[in-house]
Design a protein. Structure first.
Length: 228
């Protein structure tokens, strides 16, 4: 390893390493410590201090040349070896967070797809029960006072909901079709009142509300017999 520009001088001229009192493989911290120690020894002697500063600069230049040439000092090799042998510092164990319980997957709500009703004539009890029930409701509409027409329509709509729900097993569909048939029947009854002449004898003392309610009862009966 190189020993600085003054290492090849004669014995009367000490090398920069000898002037600082260090070995050629000394580390940078050792070089600085040696320089400070020599300066403390010579005190305020300017010539001696200048020689120590020059020796320090020469050592630094020598180290710079070694780095540029790819040379590594013995101190650097020893430091690398110690660092490789040192066990890795164990990181402090982090407290484990409590794990949340896994929630069961909620079932996706399945809404029934809207579809057109199937038209099929009811048989057996599902046929005769609507016919008998709506026959009684019609008699009640015709024989009861005219002010009870709204009550008869409410009972007829509720009866239709029960019949349609028994056939289709769908309550919302039964309610929807019953209200739709009731609305259509009342609309047809209103048109019927405009067409009929009020002075035309109908054979029965019917009020306008009773006449308007008859088509609604008929449509509710047909819905109960045909909508499956």
């Amino acid at each position: 390893m190189n020993q600085g520009p003054d290492s090849s001088s004669t014995g009367s001229q000490p090398s920069p390493y000898e002037r600082l009192g260090i070995e050629t493989g000394a580390g940078f911290e050792a070089v600085q410590a040696a320089k400070q120690a020599r300066l403390d020894e010579v005190g305020e002697n300017p010539q001696a201090r200048a020689q120590i500063e020059a020796a320090y600069d020469a050592v630094l230049m020598d180290r710079l040349k070694e780095r540029q040439q790819g040379k590594v000092s013995t101190a650097a090799l020893n430091a690398s070896a110690r660092e490789a042998k040192a066990p890795p510092s164990a990181s402090p164990a982090r407290p484990s967070l409590p794990s949340l319980p896994k929630l069961a997957a909620l079932p996706k709500p399945s809404l029934p797809k809207p579809s057109l009703p199937a038209l099929e004539l009811a048989e057996g009890q599902q046929r005769w029960l609507p016919v008998g029930g709506f026959a009684l409701l019609t008699l009640l509409l015709l024989l009861a006072p005219a002010s009870s027409a709204e009550l008869v329509l409410a009972l007829s709509t509720l009866f239709s909901v029960v019949l349609l729900q028994r056939r289709s097993r769908r309550l919302l569909q039964a309610v929807g079709f019953s209200i739709l048939l009731l609305s259509l029947g009342l609309g047809i009854g209103a048109l019927l009142l405009q067409v009929l002449d009020p002075s035309l004898p109908l054979g029965l003392p019917l009020d306008a509300h009773q006449v308007q309610s008859l088509p609604a009862l008929l449509l509710l009966l047909l819905g109960a017999l045909l909508i499956a």
